[in-house]
Design a protein around this ligand. Structure first.
Ligand SMILES: Cc1cc2nc3c(=O)[nH]c(=O)nc-3n(C[C@H](O)[C@H](O)[C@H](O)COP(=O)(O)OP(=O)(O)OC[C@H]3O[C@@H](n4cnc5c(N)ncnc54)[C@H](O)[C@@H]3O)c2cc1C
Length: 264
């Protein structure tokens, strides 16, 4: 659940913008107050310019933390993200965060972390990988995309790739790739899966993890407005204990949830 006492709303300077391909940029923001308390899986809600439109902020995972800096990996899919991808060094943006909960890397024992991501869902994995590595936990990345241009593995280590068109790595989905590696993975002790990507991928992964008795945290996406539980814009349906469905606000009870809440 959100720890509201550490949330700040600050005007942050853009210290670097790197275009890593035609649609994706990494924006580095000088945000010591957020960097000091952020955890892997948290997100920030950014007003991408000072104009009236786009009116609402846009949510982005924290891609990495480096001292007082935070990196955001942004894929241009619409008005707000295309403006943010082209943000110039030296300009400033309003940043609210850190928001949301985080990947649970402490409550249950596991010896190897399996990080499964697809497309821009790879964004939160660098911060997670670095945090796990600092604890001495081995990490294996399974990264999927439609084509090799969509694989966003920059700076990640120990990566296996899957592409729909076979242009890099395994031809097929990242879950099929994971399945093909399970015999070897099961020899690595207790596994825990951490995932982020398109919601249909996460739903399929939830079913896979249930079948294989694997603990799994998934970071979901939804359209989001305020990021702090006021606008009710990010309502998503998950399984309720009685077997039916219940609505949660992703900004309050997520974006990370136990995959069991998605498994069918
Ligand atoms: C918790 C969280 C973390 C996120 N982390 C990242 C990240 O690290 N990097 C990143 O690039 N993106 C991330 N996103 C998605 C990002 O917030 C959206 O792509 C962005 O808000 C779209 O804004 P826009 O103005 O460009 O799109 P708009 O012009 O508003 O919309 C363009 C199209 O995209 C659709 N759309 C809008 N928001 C979303 C969404 N959240 N998911 C899917 N489709 C959407 C719209 O319905 C529309 O069809 C995250 C979203 C959430 C909820």
């Amino acid at each position: 659940m959100l720890e509201t006492n550490s949330i700040v709303d600050i005007r942050a300077t853009v210290v670097q913008t790197i275009h890593i391909n035609s649609a994706v940029s990494i924006i580095t923001l000088d945000c010591p107050a957020i960097a000091a308390v952020a955890k892997p899986g948290n997100f920030v809600n950014v007003k991408v310019n000072d104009a009236t439109l786009p009116l609402l902020r846009r949510p982005f995972s924290i891609h990495n933390v480096r001292g007082g800096l935070i990196d955001i990996m942004v894929k241009s899919i619409g008005h707000g993200t295309s403006l943010f991808c082209d943000t110039e060094t030296g300009s400033t943006v309003l940043v609210l965060g850190p928001l949301g909960n985080c990947f649970d890397i402490t409550s249950r024992e596991f010896s190897t972390a399996i990080l499964v991501s697809g497309g821009i869902g790879t964004a939160p994995m660098l911060f997670l990988e670095r945090t796990l590595a600092a604890k001495g936990t081995p990490v294996i990345n399974f990264i999927g995309g439609r084509t090799k241009e969509e694989l966003l593995a920059r700076d990640l280590s120990n990566c296996l790739f899957a592409t729909d068109d076979g242009s890099a790595g395994y031809r097929g989905t990242v879950i099929e790739l994971l399945e093909s590696e399970m015999t070897g993975l099961e020899k690595k002790g207790t596994l825990k899966v951490f995932a982020c990507g398109p919601n249909p991928m996460l739903k399929a992964l939830a079913g896979f993890c249930r079948e294989h008795h694997l603990a799994c945290d998934v970071s979901l996406e939804s359209v989001m407005g305020c990021g702090i539980g006021i606008c009710y814009g990010c309502s998503v349906e998950v399984k309720s204990p009685d077997g039916g469905l219940r609505s949660i606000l992703l900004c309050q009870e997520g974006p990370v949830i136990d995959a069991e809440l998605l498994a069918v």
